[in-house]
Design a protein around this ligand. Structure first.
Ligand code: FUL
Length: 473
């Protein structure tokens, strides 16, 4: 390089650093999601399917003594499951490869309680194969495996952990990529009342070896955690962080309210997954009916709207398909979500707010369509304020907020005010955590401005979205 060119280059660097320019990116705070956890959270809603001998014996928990011959779907069509999930706007499907009865939906070499011992497809069938072929290129798939096995005679002895890991390995290495591995924490009694001490360390290691990108669900993660109830309800306060050291799934799990709320400053990033069934039971029972759209919307607001992933179980019937009424309900559920969130009133409005030095951190990032642009404050801030203004008053009753979680979850208190027709500010709502997503339902108001105030935060607040809707439009 010529001497003059070097000088000009250096001068430019000095100039940029000295005046103008922008503040460096804020540092991440505390535990943060991995790329896989972030992609998982962005799915927002996914589906679970319970299917197995219980589907045919009409119970919720098989005892492992059921004859394999009961497993006899008359018209299995896994492509239909995928069609239904996609029509419902759900982004993945987790299938019960093995429930508490121990029956394997694939011809496992480590069990004599499997599809291979059933008359279905002359003992040559493999539900996991048909399921994974149906998902390929269309939707993400995952598996539920219950370590509690009421069939395996070794349950309750050390050797059972090895048996379980062998079946786990078959499932995770034989059917292509898996986005989520679902471990039920149930730990019931085996033969003679024996209890199993699960080797979670070994189970998690096995998942990591076969499916390094899979997010592992259990009461305490490591990928994501149980929300602490089976109603699809996260806490009003819901941190994606939790102190899991010293805890195990099942009896060793943290108290239920800790699972529902997470913990501020928790050392691990283990976001909540809110599992719930579209019907009263997890398995198909002819006399049960799916929940109404209103009930599903309530669950959606209480899970996705409170920083959790919604996992909606839709049972497979005796034909091996999703019943027409459930499928219709899912289409209606999707249509209702699309209706409510069709028109973001914050788009095109004027958004102002103090921000960290540099246009790249401005408040307008709250209303653009990019996930990775955000509104940030100086490093020492723990509060923030943004105002959205319209030239003419608008009516709304819902506000959606998102924190930029790749840099951690921070906000612990916020409130919203609106400026009414009297020109005065009025309190509209208040809340604690935001996290990946917070949906705030409010009274219906007419306003020419909305103000978001972050009142407290564990570290300087960083938000990437503020949207405003009128759900009664
Ligand atoms: C629970 C199980 O006992 C239920 O049968 C169901 O599978 C649910 C998703 O998890 O722990």
């Amino acid at each position: 390089m010529k001497k003059e060119a070097l000088f000009v280059g250096l001068a430019t660097v000095v100039m940029l650093a000295g005046c103008g320019g922008e503040a460096p990116e804020p540092e991440p705070y505390g535990a943060v999601p991995t790329a896989d956890q972030l992609a998982w959270m962005q799915m927002e809603t996914n589906m679970m399917c319970h299917f197995g001998p219980n589907t045919f014996t009409d119970v919720e928990w098989g005892d492992g003594a059921e004859s394999e011959s009961v497993f006899m779907p008359t018209d299995l069509d896994c492509r239909q499951w995928v069609d239904v999930a996609l029509a419902g706007g759900l982004k993945g499907i987790v299938l019960t490869a093995k429930h508490h009865d121990g029956f394997c939906l694939w011809p496992s070499l480590f069990s004599r309680h499997t599809v291979a011992q059933s008359p279905w497809r002359d003992g040559k069938g493999d539900v996991l194969r048909e399921f994974s072929d149906a998902c390929e290129g269309r939707i993400k798939k995952g598996f539920y495996l219950s370590p509690w096995d009421r069939h395996d005679p070794s349950y309750g002895t050390d050797s059972y952990n090895e048996v379980f890991v062998n079946t786990l390995r078959e499932v995770l290495s034989g059917y292509g990529s898996v986005y989520e591995q679902w471990f039920d924490g149930a730990n019931g009694e085996g033969p003679d009342g024996r209890k199993q001490t699960y080797d979670w360390e070994l189970f998690n290691r096995t998942v990591k070896e076969s499916q390094p990108h899979a997010v592992v669900f259990s009461d305490v993660g490591p990928g994501c955690r149980w929300v602490g109830n089976e109603e699809g309800r996260a806490g009003e306060t819901c941190w994606s962080t939790l102190n899991v050291a010293g805890h195990t799934p099942g009896a060793g799990a943290p108290a239920l309210d800790k699972l529902t709320q997470g913990e501020a400053h928790g050392a691990a990033w283990v976001p909540a997954e809110a599992d719930v069934s579209i019907r009263p039971g997890w398995f198909y029972h002819e006399n049960e009916q799916p929940k109404s759209v209103d009930e599903l919307m309530e669950i959606y607001y209480n899970s996705v709207g409170r920083n959790a992933l919604m996992m909606l179980n839709v049972p497979i019937d005796r034909r091996g398909r999703i019943a027409a009424e459930d499928s219709l309900r899912l289409v209606e559920f999707r249509a209702e979500r699309e209706r409510v969130f069709a028109h973001d009133l914050a788009k095109g409005a004027i958004v102002k707010g103090k921000h960290r030095k540099g246009d790249v951190y401005a408040a307008k990032n709250l209303t653009d369509s990019s996930y990775h642009s955000y509104w940030a404050q100086d490093d020492d801030a723990s509060t923030a304020e943004a105002v959205v203004e319209w030239p003419q008053a608008v009516r709304f009753d819902m506000v959606v907020l998102q924190e930029y979680i790749p840099l951690g979850q921070r906000v612990s208190g916020f409130h919203l005010d609106y400026r009414g027709q009297d020109g005065q500010w009025h309190m509209l709502a208040e809340g604690t955590t935001i996290g990946y997503k917070r949906i705030v339902r409010t009274e219906s108001v007419e306003a020419d401005a909305l103000r978001l105030s972050v009142d407290s935060a564990l570290a300087t607040p960083i938000l990437n979205r503020l949207s405003i809707y009128n759900s009664h439009e």
